[in-house]
Design a binder for this molecule. Structure first.
Ligand code: IMP
Length: 194
């Protein structure tokens, strides 16, 4: 499928950079919500990653009258029955920060021997109704006992991908982009465009 332009339904600089770098090379003109500062991030009111990615992509596509993509990501921790999952952004409350979320995760996992977890990303490409497509990427790993690394964002300093000695926050952006949940979903989107 060939599109002339696309808007990334996000204000998050880290995500915009990751997404733009993976989609670079195509002739598509790529915008993000940073180009439309008056438009607030749509609220994530769904109960699944699919619902939330659709809510965001649809709202932005309809507002700017062009195809939009939105991702919704969650960290699913087995010993916590899949928490924080869809609620990863607000895990430690309404005024949650990356720092407070990581701290809450460490507190909840104290004394839990099973540290296995996975990041799941769903990307929705919304063109119009009913033309919408979903792409999923999953990366398995574990939650370590204390933060390591300064790069990335969110839960990156606590997440050790399977077969890696470095946390996501110790990898360069390029290294993370090769294996991350979002990049796996984006590779599928890219193949769809190609
Ligand atoms: P969002 O709703 O897709 O923006 O993501 C929800 C939350 O998941 C974010 O606030 C981050 O805490 C976390 N998150 C999303 N993507 C990543 C990632 O690539 N690394 C670490 N944490 C992430």
């Amino acid at each position: 499928m060939k599109l002339e332009k696309l808007v990334i339904a996000s204000n998050n600089g880290h995500k915009i950079e990751e997404i733009s770098s993976i989609l670079s090379g195509s002739e598509m003109k790529i915008f993000s919500l940073k180009d439309f500062p008056e438009f607030p991030d749509p609220e994530e009111t769904g109960n699944t990653l699919e619902e939330n990615s659709l809510i965001k992509a649809k709202a932005v596509s309809e507002k700017f009258n062009m195809p939009a993509i939105a991702d919704d990501t969650g960290l699913f921790v087995n010993a916590l029955n899949g928490e924080p999952g869809v609620y990863s952004a607000r895990y430690s409350g309404e005024n949650a920060t990356y720092e407070s979320n990581c701290q809450k995760l460490l507190d909840e996992l104290k004394d839990k021997p099973d540290r296995s977890a996975e990041f799941r990303s769903v990307i929705c490409l919304y063109i119009n109704e009913p033309e919408k497509y979903f792409f999923e990427g999953i990366v398995k790993g574990s939650i370590i006992n204390e933060k390591r690394g300064e790069k990335g964002f969110g839960y990156d300093p606590l997440f050790l991908p399977l077969h890696s000695e470095k946390t996501f926050a110790e990898l360069t952006g390029e290294e993370k982009n090769k294996i991350s949940h979002r990049s796996l979903a984006l590779q599928k989107l890219k193949q769809f465009f190609d």
